[in-house]
Design a protein around this ligand. Structure first.
Ligand SMILES: *Cc1c(COP(=O)(O)O)cnc(C)c1O
Length: 459
């Protein structure tokens, strides 16, 4: 019998040359975005003030199945891709499971996560259009780092609004971003109308992604030659992240494997959407029937407890409204939540697939997530990002079920990044200070009350 290596790398020849647009194969499309100014379905041009043109086009394009990756981006990818598909032999042994566990490891670049896959694309298209400046938000900091790297490479200026809670928890994250030349501001801040409004209402506000997005969008639309970019949720980001799934599919083909279960953590849905893209295509067409599981924090449970409704992507309610699973743009996760994945909504593509029954979702408490992170680190010698550890938790749980039933299932999960900047969270776990907070229905109510009313669509 052929043994499967611990690490499977594609050759340059085998690497994908085009991104895959899953929407082209979906039987039913996500509902159209709505322009809040007209209450009509948004068209591509509505997005031009906020996004650069090519990205606005990718956002709206549900038809083009494969989008060629521009040569400059392929060259950039070669600096850190392919990422390895890893066989978790040591984890399997430690669990005593008959399951075969694979993970796609996206942490082998300075940004420490998969975010660079889309950051380089977004910076490239902005440069092509002759823009000089970008703005963005960052929660845990990986997106801000990835975009700062990409902007430094293409010679663009960048301002990053970082959620204040993370800014305080992760001082070195901020300095990595500054090393790449970006300007970084704790959000909410007094540099924008949106930030000042929130601070007037609550001076101690620790921020949220929705609030940081509001500030970044406001800055972009009021600055010449500037556009806003977002690291998750959007269709264009899932398109760029399909490189994760395409590489995984190819690597699995080389070893003649196909996953029975595919697991990914879900914040805004970009790594999961990218990882599952080719496998979801097989599921939709009936060619295969893998189980696909999204894992989210119990403290920010958009899929498992959210509503499938039109909502704004930001707190200031400037962005177009998208129909997605959401806790409401006014939702702010409890301040003791340390594991990332703090966004109130979820990718409209994944929301639709989940709503139509193609995917499952589970929520997990952070102490159990860190149990899994530490166990994984000891056996696989990688210190995982807390976000990634959500997927590890569920992969371990599924592998333990296999141990009970004796089934040798093939499990694939996304190991989205490393946790070196998350040591504040790790210390609170290791010191026994980490607590779990599961919001009550009462806690979730204000978020749901913030959902917009749209005449004839949603009251
Ligand atoms: C941003 C991030 C996530 C979550 O974002 P998605 O868009 O849901 O993928 C997960 N893991 C890491 C390491 C991240 O940086």
């Amino acid at each position: 019998m052929k043994t499967i290596p611990h690490r499977i790398y594609l050759t340059e020849e085998q690497m994908p040359k085009a991104w895959y647009n899953l929407r082209a194969d979906m039987k039913q499309q996500p509902d159209p975005m709505i322009n809040p100014a007209t209450m009509q379905p948004a068209v591509e041009a509505d997005l031009y003030p906020v996004f650069c043109k090519e990205l606005a086009h990718q956002e709206m394009d549900a038809e083009t199945r494969f989008v060629d990756i521009p040569a400059e981006i392929l060259e950039f990818y070669k600096m850190y891709r392919p990422s390895p598909l890893c066989r978790a032999y040591e984890l399997e042994k430690a669990l005593g499971t008959p399951a075969k566990i694979y993970y796609k490891f996206e942490g082998n670049n300075t940004s420490g996560s998969h975010k660079l896959n889309s950051a380089v694309a977004q910076a490239y298209y902005a440069k092509q259009q002759g823009l000089t400046t970008l703005t963005t938000e960052t929660g845990a900091g990986q997106w801000g780092t990835a975009l700062a790297e990409a902007c430094a490479f293409f010679g663009l200026d960048l301002t990053v609004y970082m959620v204040k809670a993370s800014y305080q928890q992760k001082p070195f994250r901020k300095d990595v971003i500054r090393t790449f030349g970006a300007n970084i501001i704790a959000s909410p801040s007094d540099t924008t109308e949106a930030g000042r409004k929130i601070l007037a209402h609550d001076p101690d506000c620790t921020g949220s992604l929705g609030c940081a997005i509001s500030e970044a969008v406001e800055k972009a639309v009021t600055t010449e030659g500037c556009r806003y970019v977002l690291g998750s949720v959007l269709n264009q980001v899932l398109l760029h992240q399909s490189v994760i799934g395409l590489e995984s599919e190819k690597a699995l083909q080389l070893i003649e494997e196909y996953p029975d279960i595919i697991i990914g953590c879900a914040g805004g849905g970009s790594n999961l959407g990218g990882l599952i893209a080719p496998f979801m295509r097989d599921k939709i067409s009936g060619k295969a029937d893998p189980r696909i599981i999204a894992v989210e924090p119990a403290s920010c449970p958009s899929l498992t407890r959210g509503r499938y409704a039109y909502d704004f992507c930001d707190t200031a309610q400037i962005t177009p409204m998208a129909r997605m699973y959401t806790l409401g743009s006014g939702f702010i996760p409890s301040a003791n939540h340390a594991g990332g994945l703090r966004y109130h909504g979820m990718s409209p593509i994944l929301s639709k697939l989940y709503h139509d029954g193609y995917m499952e979702a589970v929520s997990v408490e952070q102490s159990k997530v860190f149990d899994a992170a530490v166990f994984f680190a000891k056996h696989e010698t990688i210190l995982p990002a807390p976000e990634s550890a959500h997927a590890i938790r569920t992969a371990i749980d599924e592998a333990l079920k296999c141990k009970e039933t004796g089934e040798a299932k093939t499990i694939l999960f996304g190991l989205t990044g490393t946790g070196y900047f998350d040591m504040t969270a790790y210390s609170s776990y290791l010191d026994g200070r980490m607590t779990d907070y599961i919001p009550t229905d009462e806690d979730l109510k204000p978020g749901f009350d913030s959902l917009p009313a749209i005449p004839g669509v949603q009251d």
